[in-house]
Design a binder for this molecule. Structure first.
Ligand code: UD2
Length: 311
């Protein structure tokens, strides 16, 4: 049995990681400042984990949290492009300063490996598709810059201190427990809950922007594979996605069927800092981590709609 520390454990990705690790008989510790994470995401598992309400900006709390830990899954972040455009200082603090604290604590505690929730936003709006890890990043929003900076810190800590780190560039992860209630929520959580409630969703722009939407179970699997992959993966970056993209207009049509929503969307102004098309080449993760997306988009969408409907 290994000990895992999940930062951002009360978020939708962190809490999904915790559940899967418990399922596999592993020991789970988690920190969350409950800024965007929710205690209810930990319902049924709270008594089985070592949960600490703490901020990743609190270095002492991070040092204590890393003591005796084998693997750190660093998910804590303020994950929003538009929020970062409004508040770049807040984004930088949580998404960069917080990461450096986690890395220092992990290094000092001699953890075996740190896996980082990096972001596809690092690629920016360059026209070449699919995006592969050897492409030069060109982040647009402060959020994307912060995520890329943290990714570089991961690599730096491997190069300077030998701390094994792996950055996983998540491509629009979605699924159960994703918070739909904030204006900064991921588009699928928002659209599904709006459409189930009979409310008209707003598409920012013409709806022809596309994303490689990735179901949560695939991201969880990628993290656990990254912990156990051979040492050669350390200091590297891998796309975590499905290798397929859909437009928002296509997604809306699929959701109409799944939610029985009869109406049409509202079309609004394009969002600042937005990227037009996003699609991943996942061959590096396949080759080096043994990753294969297990749940495809439509299947994930169906499961997500079912989950929100059941609530
Ligand atoms: C970025 C990253 C993603 C992750 C995420 C964290 C890219 C390609 N992806 O996601 O990997 O790091 O940030 O937040 O950079 N939209 C609407 N209506 C709404 C809400 C959103 O039309 O009510 C649009 C939005 O303008 C965008 C698309 O939906 O074109 C997806 O937006 P999002 O906020 O779900 O995710 P995104 O792509 O910024």
């Amino acid at each position: 049995m290994a000990v895992y520390l999940i930062t951002g454990i009360a978020g939708f990705i962190g809490s999904s990681l915790a559940r899967e690790l418990l399922q596999r008989g592993e020991q789970v510790r988690g920190v969350d400042n409950l800024a965007t994470g929710k205690r209810e995401n930990l319902s049924q598992i709270l008594e089985r984990i070592d949960f600490r309400e703490a901020d990743i900006l609190d270095l002492d709390a991070m040092k204590s949290a890393c003591t005796g830990v084998d693997y750190v899954l660093h998910q804590a972040a303020i994950p929003s492009v538009p929020k970062s455009v409004l508040d770049p200082i807040g984004s930088n603090r949580a998404n960069v300063d917080g990461t450096v604290n986690v890395l220092v604590a992990a290094r000092d505690a001699k953890v075996k490996r740190v896996i980082y929730a990096a972001s596809s936003s690092a690629y920016g709006d360059t026209p070449a598709l699919p995006k592969h890890e050897r492409m030069t990043p060109d982040p647009i929003s402060p959020y994307a810059v912060a995520k890329l900076a943290s990714e570089r810190y991961m690599i730096s800590f491997y190069r300077c201190y030998g701390l094994e780190t792996v950055a996983l560039r998540y491509f629009n992860i979605f699924g159960r427990r994703q918070d739909p209630s904030s204006p900064y929520s991921g588009v699928l959580a928002k659209f599904i809950t709006q459409m189930l409630a009979g409310q008209q969703p707003t598409i920012f722009g013409d709806g022809e922007q596309s994303r490689d939407f990735t179901y949560i179970d695939n991201a969880v699997e990628a993290n656990l594979l990254a912990c156990k992959a051979p040492a050669e993966v350390a200091g590297n970056v891998f796309n975590v996605a499905t290798g397929r993209r859909v437009t928002l207009n296509e997604t809306f049509k699929l959701l109409q069927k799944l939610t029985s929503y009869p109406g049409s969307p509202i079309y609004g102004a394009e969002r600042g800092g937005d990227i037009k098309h996003s699609l991943a080449d996942i061959s590096a993760a396949e080759k080096n981590l043994g990753y294969k997306p297990k749940v495809h988009f439509e299947q994930g969408l169906q499961r997500t709609v079912d989950w929100y409907r059941s609530r």
